[in-house]
Design a protein around this ligand. Structure first.
Ligand SMILES: Cc1cc2nc3c(=O)[nH]c(=O)nc-3n(C[C@H](O)[C@H](O)[C@H](O)COP(=O)(O)OP(=O)(O)OC[C@H]3O[C@@H](n4cnc5c(N)ncnc54)[C@H](O)[C@@H]3O)c2cc1C
Length: 654
C-alpha cells in the first residue's frame, strides 16, 4: 500500500491523510477515488484507474468511509482486501499496476451502487428504439467481444479459423451466415453502398451522422486479377518490380515493390471515389428523411493511406523524412527549435560540399523575410522526399540521410501514390466531403503526415475553401512527440494560410509500438502511463481550441474517443471559450459502441458521427479482427453499453 500511497502523493501533493476510499465510475475505467475531504479549504481528490474487470465490483460497490492500512493489507469498513490475482496487462496505467501488484482483484465487495441508475438515466434512452431481438444480439456480441478483448490469443485463433474456413465450404457458409447476422450487423454499415446508405439515413433520423470507412483489405480475387494485369501495368505505368537483398545500401531500394500491390492500390482509388460520392448523396438525402433538421450535417469519409501505396514505400519515405528532421536537430545547437542564419550556414558547410554555390539560394528560400531565423516549419517544407536526392548528392559522406533517401524508381512510385491520394482528395473537395486521413504506425506516420500537409495546403486553402477544411489529419495523443507536432502543424497552417483540421485520438497501436521499440532497441515513442496520454489529449484539445479563438481561424477537430471525460471536457471548453459553432468539434465513435455517450452528446446539442466500416463480410471481418488484435482494449470499453442495454431489456421483460 505504501507504494500506492506515495505514488498518489506525488500526483496530488496536498494529499496527506487518506480518509475515505470510494469506488466510482470515472471515465469508462473504474476508479479508486482516494480523497481527503478538505485541504486548505479545497476538496482534494486523487483517482487511480483500476482494471476493467473490476467493473463488476464497482457496479455493486459504493462509498466506504472507514479505511485502515496495515503494512501489507488494506481494510475498508473492517473488510480486509488482500486477494491477489494475475498481473495486469500493459494497457493499464502505472498506478493500476501498483495497486494490482499488491492487492489484485477485489472480489469481496458486495455493496450496492445507488447512483449508477441515475448516472445512466439519460444515456439509456438510445436503446429504447432497438427491437428486443436487436438488444439481445447486441448484448451477446459485445459480451463475446469483451471476452476476446481480455484474451488476445483467442482473437488470433478466431482469425485463424476464419482464414482457413474456405477449406470446408459448408462450414464456411455457416460461419459467414452467423457472422453476418451478429458481429457484422452490429459493427458494420453493410456489404455495399446501398446498404450503407440505408443504414446511414436510418441513423440520421436520430441525429447521428456517419463516417464511411471502406474496411476491406486485398481479396483473393483482387490478387488473381492483379497477377493477370501484370503485363498491362508494365506497358502503361512502367511500375517496376525491383528486388534487392541488400537493405541499407546507399540509394538502393531495400524492399520489394510488386505489381500486385500497385494494381490493388489503383483498385482502392475507385472504391474510395465511390465512397466519397456515396457520402455526398447520403448528405443530400438527409433532408428528406428528417426535414426538421435545419442543417444537413457534414459528409465524412475515412481513408487509410496504406491502402493507396505500398507500405514498404511509406516506410522508406518516413525514414527519409525522419532523417531530415534529425539533420535539423544537428543544426539546432541551442535546442530551441529555431536556428540562426549563422548556425545554419555553419551546419550546412559541415555536412554539404556545395555551400558556396547553393547556400545563398537556400537561405533565401528558408528565410524569405530576412528575419535571421529558420525554424522546423520552414525546414520541413524544404526537405520533402522529392527534394532529398538533389540535396544528398552533395553530402560530404554517406550518413543516415544519404542512406534513407529514396531512389529515382522509388520517387516515381511515391509520385504515383501521391497522384492516387490526390485524386481522392480532389473528389472530396468537389463534393464538399470531409476526408479523414487515419493515423497509423509510427514507421508510416511521417510519410502520411507529409502527404496530409501537402493536401491540406492545397484543399484547405482559406480562399479556395472559405467554409472550412476538407482534409483532416490525425494526431495520436499517446505519442510523446504529439504536443510539439500539433504546435508545428497549427503554426504551419497559419503561415501557409490554410485551415488546420485534425482528428484527435489517443492511438490504436500502443502494444505493437512498444514491442517494436523493445525489439529494435530504441526508446518507446509512447507515453509511459495512461494518465500522461490523457493529459496530452486534454491539453492538445485545449491548445487547438484556444488557438482557434486567439488567431480567429476556422480550425476544426474531430474527437475520435469513447472517453466520457474527454467528451465532457470538449463540451465545457466550447462553452468556456464561447465558441458558438457546433461544427468546430465533431464527436466521433465506432458504430455499435458507446450509444449512451452519443446520447449525452446529442442532449447537449451536438451531432455524433459513427465510424461505419463496410465491405463484403468475408473481407471486412478479417480486417476487423486484425484491428481488434491491435486495439483489444477497445472491447473492454463496452461494459456501459451492455449495462444500459441489459437495463432496457429487463424493463421490457418486467
Ligand atoms: C472515430 C474514431 C477514429 C479513430 N481513428 C484512429 C486513427 O486514425 N488512428 C489510431 O491510431 N486510432 C484511431 N482510433 C482509435 C483510438 O486511437 C483509440 O485506440 C480508441 O478510441 C480508444 O481510446 P479512447 O480515447 O476511446 O478511450 P480510453 O479508454 O480513454 O483510452 C484508451 C487508449 O489510451 C491509451 N493508453 C491506454 N493505456 C495506456 C498506457 N498505459 N500508457 C499510455 N497510453 C495508454 C491507448 O491509446 C488506448 O487505446 C479511432 C477511434 C475512434 C473512436
Amino acid at each position: 500500500m505504501s507504494r500506492i500511497v506515495s505514488s498518489l502523493k506525488e500526483r496530488c501533493s496536498s494529499l496527506s491523510i487518506l480518509r475515505s476510499i470510494n469506488f466510482c465510475k470515472h471515465d469508462r475505467y473504474n476508479s479508486l477515488i482516494i480523497s481527503q475531504n478538505q485541504v486548505h479549504g479545497k476538496e482534494c481528490r486523487a483517482y487511480l484507474s483500476v482494471p476493467v474487470r473490476w467493473k463488476s465490483v464497482s457496479n455493486r460497490a459504493s462509498s466506504f468511509s472507514a479505511i485502515s492500512e496495515s503494512k501489507d493489507s488494506i481494510s475498508i469498513e473492517g473488510e480486509k482486501i488482500d486477494q491477489i490475482s494475475s498481473p495486469v496487462d500493459s494497457k493499464d496505467s502505472l498506478s493500476t499496476s501498483l495497486i494490482n501488484e499488491q492487492y489484485g482483484y477485489l472480489s469481496t465487495f458486495q455493496k450496492k451502487n445507488d447512483s449508477k441508475d441515475e448516472q445512466f438515466s439519460v444515456e439509456s434512452a438510445p436503446y429504447q428504439r432497438h427491437s428486443t431481438l436487436d438488444l439481445i444480439r447486441s448484448i451477446l456480441v459485445l459480451k463475446s467481444c469483451q471476452i476476446m478483448g481480455a484474451h488476445p490469443k483467442l482473437l488470433s485463433q478466431i482469425e485463424h479459423i476464419f482464414a482457413s474456413r474456405k477449406i470446408f465450404p459448408v462450414t464456411s457458409s455457416f460461419l459467414t451466415f452467423i457472422i453476418r447476422n451478429t458481429a457484422f450487423r452490429h459493427f458494420c454499415g453493410g456489404e455495399n453502398i446501398q446498404e450503407v446508405r440505408n443504414k446511414s439515413l436510418q441513423l440520421w433520423k436520430i441525429r447521428t451522422g456517419t463516417i464511411l470507412d471502406y474496411a476491406a483489405e486485398h481479396t483473393q480475387e483482387d490478387r488473381k486479377n492483379a497477377t493477370k494485369k501484370k503485363d498491362n501495368i508494365v506497358g502503361n505505368n512502367s511500375v517496376p518490380n525491383f528486388n534487392t537483398s541488400t537493405p541499407n545500401k546507399p540509394n538502393q531500394p531495400a524492399r520489394t515493390y510488386d505489381y500486385d500491390t500497385e494494381y490493388l492500390c489503383d483498385k482502392h482509388v475507385e472504391i474510395f471515389l465511390e465512397c466519397i460520392r456515396a457520402a455526398e448523396s447520403i448528405s443530400e438525402a438527409r433532408k428528406e428523411v428528417a426535414p426538421e433538421t435545419e442543417n444537413r450535417g457534414k459528409s465524412f469519409a475515412a481513408l487509410k493511406v496504406t491502402s493507396l501505396g505500398n507500405p514498404f514505400l511509406l516506410e522508406r519515405m518516413s525514414s527519409a523524412i525522419s532523417e531530415g528532421r534529425n539533420l535539423f536537430s544537428k543544426f539546432d545547437k541551442s535546442h530551441t527549435g529555431v536556428i540562426s542564419r549563422k548556425d545554419f550556414e555553419e551546419g550546412y558547410r559541415l555536412f554539404f560540399k556545395d555551400a558556396d554555390e547553393r547556400l545563398p539560394n537556400i537561405l533565401e528560400r528558408m528565410d524569405p523575410d530576412d528575419s535571421g531565423k529558420i525554424d522546423y516549419v520552414t525546414w520541413s517544407k524544404f526537405l520533402g522526399p522529392a527534394d532529398l536526392p538533389r540535396i544528398v548528392s552533395s553530402c560530404r559522406k554517406a550518413g543516415p540521410l544519404f542512406r534513407s533517401t529514396p531512389t529515382g524508381k522509388e520517387l516515381e512510385l511515391i509520385h504515383v501514390m501521391y497522384n492516387r491520394i490526390n485524386k481522392v482528395a480532389k473528389e472530396a473537395a468537389r463534393t464538399g466531403t470531409r476526408l479523414l486521413i487515419d493515423a497509423e504506425q509510427t514507421y508510416f506516420q511521417p510519410a502520411i503526415d507529409n502527404i496530409t500537409q501537402n493536401l491540406q495546403q492545397r484543399y484547405n486553402n482559406i480562399d479556395m475553401s472559405p467554409e472550412g477544411p476538407i482534409i483532416f489529419g490525425t494526431h495520436q495523443c499517446y505519442l510523446q512527440s504529439t504536443p510539439q507536432k500539433i504546435h508545428h502543424d497549427v503554426e504551419r497552417a497559419l503561415r501557409f494560410k490554410y485551415h488546420f483540421a485534425t482528428k484527435l485520438v489517443r492511438g490504436a497501436y500502443m502494444i505493437g509500438e512498444r514491442i517494436r521499440a523493445l525489439h529494435m532497441g530504441y526508446p518507446s515513442p509512447i507515453f509511459e502511463t495512461k494518465a500522461a496520454t490523457d493529459a496530452c489529449f486534454n491539453q492538445s484539445l485545449e491548445y487547438i481550441l484556444s488557438q482557434r479563438v486567439l488567431q480567429n481561424t476556422k480550425s476544426e477537430i474531430m474527437l475520435g474517443t469513447h472517453n466520457s471525460d474527454s467528451v465532457k471536457l470538449a463540451m465545457k471548453l466550447l462553452n468556456d471559450l464561447e465558441i458558438s459553432s457546433s461544427e468546430t468539434i465533431y464527436f466521433a465513435q465506432l458504430l455499435g459502441m458507446s450509444d449512451h455517450l452519443a446520447s449525452l452528446v446529442m442532449t447537449n446539442g451536438h451531432i455524433v458521427y459513427k465510424y461505419m466500416p463496410y465491405g463484403k463480410v468475408d473481407e471486412v471481418i478479417p480486417y476487423l479482427l486484425r484491428r481488434a488484435q491491435e486495439n483489444s482494449d477497445i472491447f473492454s470499453e463496452s461494459s456501459d453499453d451492455i449495462y444500459c442495454m441489459s437495463k432496457e431489456l429487463l424493463q421490457r421483460i418486467n
